[in-house]
Ligand binder design. Structure first.
Ligand code: HEC
Length: 180
């Protein structure tokens, strides 16, 4: 009787591992599988009003990440959020500029997220690992959207481990230290 039970449990376990190896071994999400960072607008600001050709971008970092010091990698549990807004165009189609000379935000277009945790890098393609960062893209209403994550990875990869694959690493810490 007992033996039968042990056998049943063991075979259930083996079956589980065979059917869901990702769940049992990989630990953590892959690109595109992160949860939407609800309430990110009240996270500490990373950088604001980044001016692009046709867009304005606001960057946020969660509290865990905001504890990082210059020269360090961001700690496990860091979330970096990039809110991408369309730049407002006037009736003539030209982009509008505010009195500060900056582009004016129109609708929120997309939200990009990078999140890291120990071992998550194991879920990325070997030649495109960005440390333990995982990438995800969302529509303005927080739904996951289909994108080519190899593009995210290959454009962030050249920053290297010394900047923790974060484009605005230096600018962030320069601003942060200037604020003290
Ligand atoms: C062609 C290059 C390129 C691609 C592709 C790209 N990024 Fe970035 N990313 C940047 C640059 C440059 C910045 C810095 C902000 C800026 O200038 O817009 C940035 C900033 C970020 C940030 C804020 C932290 C930082 O690095 O400063 C996040 C989060 C982010 N990207 C996520 C993503 C995601 C998710 C994807 C794919 C869906 C992606 N990126 C694709 C170039 C890229």
């Amino acid at each position: 009787m007992r033996k039968g039970l042990v056998f049943a449990i063991l075979s259930g376990l083996v079956f589980g591992i065979m059917v869901f190896p990702g769940l049992v071994f990989s630990g953590g999400p892959k690109d595109g599988e992160l949860m939407f960072p609800k309430g990110y607008e009240s996270f500490p600001v990373f950088l604001k009003e980044i001016q692009k050709k046709n867009a304005v971008r606001d960057l946020y970092i969660n509290n865990k990440g905001a504890a990082a010091h210059k020269g360090d990698a961001f700690p496990d549990g860091t979330q970096l959020v990039m809110a991408i807004f369309k730049a407002k165009a006037g009736a003539d189609g030209h982009l509008v500029k505010g009195s500060d000379g900056k582009l004016v935000k129109d609708k929120l277009a997309k939200v990009y997220l990078m999140e890291k945790s120990g071992g998550w890098g194991g879920n990325a393609p070997a030649n495109l690992k960005n440390g333990d960062w995982i990438f995800s893209a969302f529509s303005s209403d927080g739904k996951r959207i289909e994108v080519d994550y190899a593009k995210c990875r290959s454009c962030h990869l050249p920053l290297g481990a010394s900047k923790d694959f974060v484009h605005r690493y230096d600018e962030y810490f320069a601003k942060k230290m200037g604020a003290h």
